[in-house]
Design a protein around this ligand. Structure first.
Ligand code: NAD
Length: 296
């Protein structure tokens, strides 16, 4: 596989495009929004500069990486010779079913269709296509260029051949793939989201403040980042969407999203990407805060 299409240029999509392009793959990056594409390329460029500053990349390699990425606003223009499409659009089931139906119609018959969904059923997404045996979950972690884990999720109809190809591809990208079955939240979010939701509940109940809760988990449990800060980083809308999928999927009240999370998302406070969540990321503070959160 040489020709990769990444759908969505947001938090995850630009990281996925970056990782493939830096490994030498040709990437067509697609987003409905031209602004998101520009922002995505600018983020990739800044992240490559950080790698150069650490002495792990040259200016020539940066230019090659950026040269491997082309941007598109129309899926139909981007996937004519795709061998693998990784979908990383907004976490919304209806939207993903629509995109997969479209991908199935436009992509060559041998192309594998992967999704980076955090929680939506791979089996359900696969059923929107006529090639469910070639549909698979390829769940990268954020920030993609840094985090090693990829959950590889087999849908009910995913062929072993498809699984093996994506497992090997993840290794080529320098990642560590882990095999997971298709149940709501998979493994990562099944365990992480109840913790984040409980941290929000703890705040909502007035047990402690934002920084206090994060400090307890950082210093007491040796977590590199507190759960509220992590929620800001993931995106509060993404956290809410994942909790709702688990709540619906298991019909278990323990996954019900806390009302404070629902209110914050309704008010547009989505975390780092919107400039405010549990912490303030307004332009003046953003660079410093984000740097502290993610850089060694
Ligand atoms: N944020 C995280 O930490 C994280 C981690 C792992 C997986 N994920 C998953 O990755 C996916 C993307 O999440 P994100 O955080 O990058 O979201 P995001 O909101 O940052 O970006 C989503 C992008 O998708 C684009 N988009 C929407 N509809 C589209 C369409 N029809 N075609 C092309 N692009 C379209 C939007 O314009 C936006 O740029 C979701 O499924 C999410 O669950 C997120």
């Amino acid at each position: 596989m040489k020709n990769i299409v990444v759908i969505g240029a947001g938090t995850m999509g630009n990281g996925i495009a970056h990782t493939f392009a830096q490994t030498g793959f040709k990437v067509n990056l697609v987003d409905v929004s031209e602004e998101a594409l520009q922002k995505g390329i600018s983020t990739i460029s800044k992240n490559l500069d950080r790698i150069i500053a650490k002495g792990n990349l040259t200016e020539e390699q940066k230019a090659e990486t950026l040269g491997n990425i082309s941007t598109f606003t129309q899926l139909s223009d981007a996937c004519g010779n795709a061998e693998l499409i990784v979908e990383a659009a907004t976490e919304n089931q209806e939207l993903k079913l629509k995109i997969f139906k479209q991908m199935d119609e436009l992509a060559p018959a041998n192309c594998i269709l992967a999704t980076n969904t955090s929680s939506i059923s791979i089996t359900k997404i696969a059923a929107a296509t006529k090639r469910p045996e070639k549909v698979i979950g390829m769940h990268f972690m954020n920030p993609v260029p840094i985090m090693k884990l990829v959950e590889i999720i087999k849908g009910y109809s995913t062929l072993k051949e498809t699984f093996d190809a994506i497992f090997e591809m993840s290794k080529i990208l320098g990642k560590v793939p882990v095999e997971v079955n298709d149940y709501p939240g998979f493994v990562a979010n099944r365990i992480l989201m109840p913790m984040i939701n409980e941290a929000i509940e703890t705040l909502y109940n007035g047990v402690a403040g934002v920084e206090e809760i994060d400090t307890v988990m950082k210093l007491g449990m040796a977590h590199p980042m507190g759960p509220l800060q992590l929620a800001d980083f993931i995106g509060l809308d993404v956290c809410l969407a994942i909790l709702n999928v688990m709540y619906d999927g298991f019909k278990n009240p323990k996954y019900a999203p806390n009302p404070l999370l629902v209110n914050m998302v309704t008010a547009g406070k989505l975390g780092v990407k919107s400039g405010e969540g549990f912490y303030d990321y307004s332009e003046s503070k953003k660079a410093e805060k984000v740097a502290k959160m993610f850089m060694k």
